[in-house]
Design a binder for this molecule. Structure first.
Ligand SMILES: [Zn+2]
Length: 65
């Protein structure tokens, strides 16, 4: 209850490898369960990517490392 809207900064990811669904307050690019690097970003603010990045350059803020 209340009038203040909180910006949702929680990212929700789903791992297609093991089916693990988890949330993180910061961009995560690895499944904590099976360490798969391929995650589906389900919820949260859009990730910033470099212009020439397709999601796997590991060099921009949209990829992490
Ligand atoms: Zn996984």
């Amino acid at each position: 209850m209340g009038c203040t809207k909180e910006v949702k900064l929680t990212h929700v990811y789903r791992c297609p490898s093991c089916g693990n669904r988890f949330s993180s307050s910061s961009p995560t690019f690895r499944c904590p369960k099976c360490r798969s690097k391929f995650l589906i970003h389900e919820e949260g603010p859009p990730l910033k990517r470099a212009k020439n990045c397709r999601g796997s350059c590991s060099g921009c803020s949209g990829c992490g490392g």
